[in-house]
Ligand binder design. Structure first.
Ligand code: DGJ
Length: 788
């Protein structure tokens, strides 16, 4: 609900659990007053404004008529530089006469019953059962003729506010040097700042730091949102944890260079800014033109970080990804990349597909290496014609054969790229991003195509449309494997070169808009060397993202845990791959690789034809389990219960909305002998229901035991003997059985006690063998109402 109170000139934006208050000051500036737990009524709003009653030394007095008012001491909703506010501003302009000072005052406002649509950029959208009111406030600097429209749209049920600003230019040309999507000034800085930082194969690790005086900044200058820092940050009170306490989450729907800053000024006011990176950015705005910033989303929780994440998850699932994929189960896939790399033939792929089909897999994805003369990563990006030596029946023929096996067919492309060794580059060297006078630096031997040029977008649209229409393709993996360098576009006049990065993103979005509109039935998965472009902007077009090139089941715990701060499991591609793992050389057990991947979108990415009979049997059972619980795993309410960044364990769970079912994943890093007593926490169960807790049936290979196998089995076997080898290939040794009838209330408050862990003094079928990198999944299902 949005309410305007005329007397005190304040706006109250209310969601189910939060209030956001802003006020028009006597000076005409728009002040931020409050953001936090819901306030029912605000009659004495003037009492919660931090104000001075006497001039503060060394401040710039905004207007001699009121010596107590200085912008540097105000909490603002829109800020500029030059009238006494010395913090980093939200907006900065270079005006036609060379001056840089602007000052915006309230002009008008409207409360809209819906959410206005802006062409060309990703955006959140209301839905039928979740409408969205919008507050539009027009701020004007009448002296220079610029207006700024501030938009606030509320998603009441999930406590989310979407913000953006639109800059409209009046009379003379201006240069926008900085245009943030949001400015939020808190009255104190007693927060820790959480960010998701990392690198290739170590994406979105969770970091937190206390805020103190000065500027804390995360950003990307890579041209993509990047794995250096995700365009997300959270603020939490010092004692806030996953379940208790106040916190705020901020995310940007944008896939290019971004910046997020938290600035604490000498008066302990905290300013949060989020938007397009102002580094290496400017934008020429002619009279009559408008500049629309990307949308930023904010959420508030007074029930800890888990609730903050769940709000963002619901936003992504219900209001960002394409509507046809909302709540729609995603297929279990096999991808040939880590199975074959570039070295495949049609026969090899078909063998892989046949094995996959027998195990229950639903979709076959052909990755890199199917086009041009691409047998390694040195050439052919740009030449999207099939390599007939590898695939004599072409993509259409292969897709047909895959369908006949009983699998859907998916294809990898990396359209934004070109190798210097390609026909496309030889024909259009000017389409590649490079400077006229310098040798370009390469990344993975490739250059980026200049999507600021409409003809490049048109070429890609035509080429991809032909490709996608040429065969039965139901899934596309859209890769992007380098960051930007040597940035210049021959199609932009010198005064527009600073517009390059944003124009590239707009060019990309326009291409994605056209393609996804033309092929709504294709499931697109975005990828950028794994998670180098995992952001809400890409999710607007493509409902899922390849989370990381790191497929090790243990590293993925950290990556998926961090990612879950802002993104739900239904966005995270997660595959079981071979051991030793390609990125870590770690031998994570097959069951743990699976137990991690199922809290995401399950796939297999290994040569299944090389798997032993034991492995195939286990995988078949895994897939059957995932199919049975797929919807809960992909779309359930995700709750973090134990943080792997803090210790030796990771626990998380996914529960149904009604609370009648849940799956809990429990993972340990290193085995500890004779360790502490254990109980597994559970949340969100219905106190009125009675449940049954059962562990998933998992299987050990006898090799786990080596010579100790004689202690685990009633027969005498010596490791490495012929009988042992034969048995270990076929014998599936089951884990312990947990089967606990329990009340919902007890589960919520106490959790449950699993079987005792192996401590070295013997083994029976009542012992929980975890070992290094061990894991379990527990299924909790309501059986009846209490007292029935
Ligand atoms: C990088 C991706 O992240 C991988 O999954 C794979 O598709 C390779 N590119 C192929 O070149």
């Amino acid at each position: 609900m949005i309410h305007y109170q005329e007397n005190e000139k304040y706006f109250h934006l209310q969601s189910e659990h939060s209030s956001y208050l802003l006020r028009i000051l006597p000076s005409g500036h728009l002040a931020h007053v409050y953001y936090g737990s819901k306030i029912a009524s605000v009659e004495s709003i003037d009492k919660i404004e931090i104000r001075h009653h006497i001039e503060v030394g060394s401040q710039v007095v905004y207007d001699a008529a009121d010596k107590t008012f200085s912008l540097n001491n105000a909490q603002l909703e829109i800020s500029t530089y030059g009238k006494g506010d010395f913090r980093d501003p939200m907006l900065h302009f270079r005006l036609a006469d060379g001056t840089r000072v602007t000052d915006f005052h309230y002009a008008s406002h409207e409360i809209l019953a819906n959410k206005p649509h802006f062409e060309g950029l990703p955006e959140t959208s209301a839905s039928e059962n979740s409408p969205c009111e919008t507050l539009k406030i027009v701020m004007e600097d009448a002296i220079v003729g610029i207006a700024v429209d501030l938009y606030y749209s509320i998603f009441p049920a999930i406590d989310v506010i979407a913000r953006r600003c639109v800059i409209r230019n009046g009379s003379s040309p201006i240069l926008i040097e900085k245009a943030m999507s949001m400015n939020l000034d808190f009255p104190d800085h007693d927060f820790q700042l959480l960010s998701l930082d990392g690198a290739w194969i170590r994406e979105r690790h969770l970091h937190s730091r206390p805020l103190t005086f000065g500027i804390t900044k995360i950003d990307s200058k890579r041209g993509v949102s990047s794995s250096d820092h995700n365009p997300f940050l959270a603020l939490k009170r010092l004692h806030t944890d996953e379940e208790v306490g106040e916190c705020y989450g901020f995310s940007l729907l944008y896939s290019g260079n971004f910046e997020a800053t938290a600035e604490v000024n000498p008066h302990s006011l905290l300013r949060i800014l989020l938007g397009i990176n102002s580094f290496d950015f400017y934008w020429n705005l002619s009279p009559g033109e408008a500049f629309v910033t990307p949308e930023a989303v904010l959420t508030y929780s007074d029930q800890g970080l888990t609730r903050m994440s769940q709000n963002l998850h619901e936003l992504v699932k219900g209001h960002i990804i394409p509507s046809q994929w909302r709540d729609k189960d995603r297929p279990i896939l096999v991808n040939n990349w880590e199975a074959t790399y570039f070295d495949f033939t049609e026969a090899k792929l078909l063998r892989l597909a046949r094995t996959a089909k027998k195990l229950g897999i639903e979709l076959f994805v052909l990755d890199d290496g199917w086009f041009g003369k691409r047998n390694d990563d040195n050439s052919s990006l740009g030449d999207w014609t099939v390599n007939r030596q590898k695939l004599p029946s072409g993509i259409a023929g292969l897709a047909e054969k895959i369908h006949r096996i009983g699998l859907d067919f998916g294809l990898w492309v990396e359209p934004e790229m070109v190798n210097p060794d390609s026909d496309l580059y030889r024909a259009h060297p000017d389409w590649a991003i490079q400077l006229p006078n310098r040798k370009p630096s390469l990344g993975r031997n490739q250059l980026i195509l200049d999507l600021t040029r409409p003809e490049v977008g048109d070429h890609l649209f035509k080429m991809l449309s032909e490709l996608f229409s040429s065969a039965k393709i139901s899934y596309v993996k859209w890769d992007m494997n380098r960051s930007f360098s040597d940035v210049f576009s021959g199609s932009l006049e010198p005064k527009r070169q600073g517009e390059f990065f944003h124009r590239y993103v707009l060019g990309l979005y326009s291409l994605l808009e056209r393609l996804t509109a033309r092929y709504p039935e294709i499931l697109f998965e975005s990828c950028a060397s794994g998670g180098n472009r995992f952001d809400l902007g890409m999710l607007y077009y493509m409902p899922q993202t390849w989370t990381s090139d790191d497929t090790d089941g243990i590293e993925r715990l950290f990556i998926q845990y961090g990612t879950s701060m802002a993104y739900p499991p239904s966005t995270m591609g997660a595959h079981v791959s071979a051991v030793p793992n390609m990125q870590t050389l770690r031998n994570t057990p097959l069951e743990t690789r699976f137990n991690t991947a199922i809290f995401g979108l399950l796939g297999y990415e290994l040569d299944l034809t090389h798997c032993t009979a034991f492995e195939k049997n286990v995988i078949k059972k895994q897939i059957a389990f995932y199919k049975e619980h797929r919807h809960l795993l992909q779309f359930g309410r995700f709750t973090r219960l134990k943080n792997p960044f803090d210790g030796n364990q990771c626990i998380w769970m996914s529960s149904s909305e009604k609370g009648d079912e849940a799956l809990v994943g429990v993972y340990q890093l290193m085995a500890k002998p004779n360790g502490p007593a254990e109980k597994i926490p559970v949340r969100g169960m219905d106190p009125g229901l009675h449940y049954r807790v059962q562990n998933r049936r998992q299987y050990f290979n006898l090799r786990t035991f080596g010579d100790l196998v004689r202690h685990a089995l009633p027969i005498r076997l010596s490791a490495n003997g012929t009988l042992f080898n034969a048995l270990s290939n076929h014998y599936l040794m089951a884990n312990e059985t947990d089967d606990l009838p329990m009340e919902g209330d007890l589960l919520n408050r106490f959790g449950f006690v699993p079987k005792q862990k192996f401590i070295g003094s013997g083994y029976t079928d009542q012992i929980r063998l975890m070992g290094d990198f061990g894991s379990r999944v527990y299924h909790i299902r309501a059986e009846r109402k209490l007292g029935v």
